[in-house]
Design a protein around this ligand. Structure first.
Ligand code: SAH
Length: 220
């Protein structure tokens, strides 16, 4: 696979810089997140026909009824995850096209990423390999179960909305670890939540209204 990593015109570094300026205007303050998003090509994660729209602040289709998350959401969730300092092990549920994975992989030691649609996972793996991001492990499976073999995780990011945070994910969170996830009805009101595990219980913060694809059971 040959990828146009550099980009020209609407996919150029200049367009990316504008995207990052907009993120700052929207309230993203973590410089490490902004820097990584400035340097990561986003257009290579979407279909060529959509590449010219890759730096707009919107979600775009990636096939299989799924979407690449909006840049603001990727930045915000990453920032929320990193608020407690540099993290070592992150569990990501919903690899999708792999863009969020690419951002995380440049900011933490290792990303464990779970996806239930095999074709999406394969494509994401190829692109992330091309970007020379090798600190990522992939699991084709149901994110509802997390990834027990590598638990506990310092951070868990879930990119699909469920009625509640799955119990197994809470169990796989390290003490002091944080989980960021949209909670609410598919197509209805969803709130981005951040759950911190303390030595005695879990503390939940309700952050902002968001719109995510549904968290689905099983594999396909
Ligand atoms: N951050 C990704 C988001 C993709 S959309 C991106 O920007 O591309 C959400 C993804 O979560 C989809 O790929 C969907 O297949 C996946 N997903 C939904 N429910 C899941 C589950 N239970 N386990 C694993 N992945 C799941």
């Amino acid at each position: 696979m040959t990828l146009d990593l550099q980009g020209i015109g609407m996919t150029s570094p200049r367009t990316r810089k504008r995207m990052v300026q907009r993120l700052e205007e929207q309230g993203i303050t973590d410089n490490s997140v902004l820097e990584v998003m400035r340097n990561t090509p986003r257009h290579i994660f979407v279909d060529e026909a959509l590449a010219s729209r890759a730096y707009e602040d919107t979600a775009l289709p990636i096939g299989f009824n799924q979407t690449i998350s909006q840049p603001y959401i990727v930045a915000r969730m990453t920032e929320l995850l990193l608020l407690s300092g540099r993290l070592s092990k992150i569990l990501e549920i919903g690899t999708g096209c792999g863009y969020q994975t690419a951002i995380l992989a440049q900011l933490v030691d290792h990303v464990y990423s779970v996806e239930r649609i095999l074709a999406l996972q394969k494509k994401a793996k190829d692109i992330l390999w091309n970007l020379k991001l090798k600190n990522i492990s992939y699991l084709y499976g149901d994110g509802n179960l997390g990834w027990a073999d590598y638990a506990p995780f310092d951070g868990i990011l879930v990119a699909a909305a469920a009625d509640e945070v799955p119990e197994s994910l809470l169990q796989q969170l390290a003490i002091g670890g944080v989980l960021v996830m949209p909670v609410g009805e598919a197509g209805g009101l969803q709130i981005l939540q951040r759950v911190t595990r303390t030595s005695i219980n879990y503390k939940t913060e309700y952050l902002e209204a968001v719109s995510f694809v549904p968290f689905l059971p099983g594999k396909e």
